[in-house]
Design a protein around this ligand. Structure first.
Ligand SMILES: Nc1ncnc2c1ncn2[C@@H]1O[C@H](COP(=O)(O)OP(=O)(O)O)[C@@H](O)[C@H]1O
Ligand SMILES: C=C(OP(=O)(O)O)C(=O)O
Length: 212
């Protein structure tokens, strides 16, 4: 441990650990995930795939889904982009996803992404993900800590209002759970409607892409 808030913090149980400089060689599809697939297929409209980083990861999931015939074409797939490798491989991931014949989207999973690439690089990588996805007509989800102070404590910070408004550049926004999540939905609705009149997506400078 090299850095901690003044006064210290308690590590909560079952928290994940990120080891950004280590190739863990973990599969993004665990035995538990495979066991849960039947319930997902039976109940959900889409499936969020955490720590997907290579096109082969998509094949792995597709194969596991194939074990539950008939094929559910309509089950959407959302690739949660949370590692530098996933940003680097995003064009290949999108190309492979387009062969699968199911709705496909990308989540900018800023929680793990920040832990993996460093907080100071998140905005930059977020841009890169938005550019690539716009070019490929892949819908994006602006996720993690959106209006977090409002959702948790009932009052938004100034900074998070701007972040939430900028979410208009994605096709979808994810809110995390909390007591004031209903207020956040109402506020987001207003904010995004205002931004709709204001901007259309983004104006990329199309600099050379380099995720890491
Ligand atoms: N580099 C990695 N770091 C952490 N988890 C990984 C990694 N690669 C694959 N995984 C898999 O992803 C799972 C974590 O998924 P999950 O907890 O759903 O993540 P999220 O934070 O996106 O919700 C782990 O069970 C693990 O098997
Ligand atoms: C969306 C994310 O994952 P989780 O589902 O763990 O919040 C994230 O890491 O930002």
């Amino acid at each position: 441990m090299t850095h901690v808030k003044a006064g210290g913090v308690k590590l909560k149980p079952e928290k994940g650990l990120n080891l950004p400089d280590t190739a863990l060689g973990l599969s993004p599809l665990t035995a538990k995930d495979e066991g849960d697939l039947a319930a997902v297929i039976g109940n959900a409209d889409m499936l969020g795939y955490s720590f997907v980083s290579r096109p082969e990861d998509l094949d792995l999931l597709e194969k596991a889904l194939g074990a539950h015939p008939p094929r559910v074409e309509k089950l959407g797939l959302v690739a949660k982009i949370e590692q530098p490798e996933a940003v680097r491989n995003l064009p290949a991931l999108i190309a492979r996803a387009h062969t699968l014949g199911r709705p496909f989207g990308v989540m900018i999973a800023r929680g793990d992404l920040a832990a993996e690439i460093g907080f100071e690089r998140v905005a930059e990588m977020q841009e890169e993900i938005l550019w690539l996805c716009e070019a490929a007509s892949v819908p994006t989800v602006w996720a993690t800590q959106v209006l977090e102070d409002l959702v948790k404590d009932g009052l938004p910070s100034r900074g998070e209002m701007t972040d939430a408004a900028m979410a208009a550049r994605a096709e979808c926004v994810m809110l995390n759970k909390g007591p004031a999540v209903a207020e956040a939905v109402t506020l987001l609705d207003t904010l995004l409607a205002r931004m709709d009149e204001h901007i259309f997506k983004k104006t990329p400078t199309l600099r050379a892409l380099k995720s890491w």
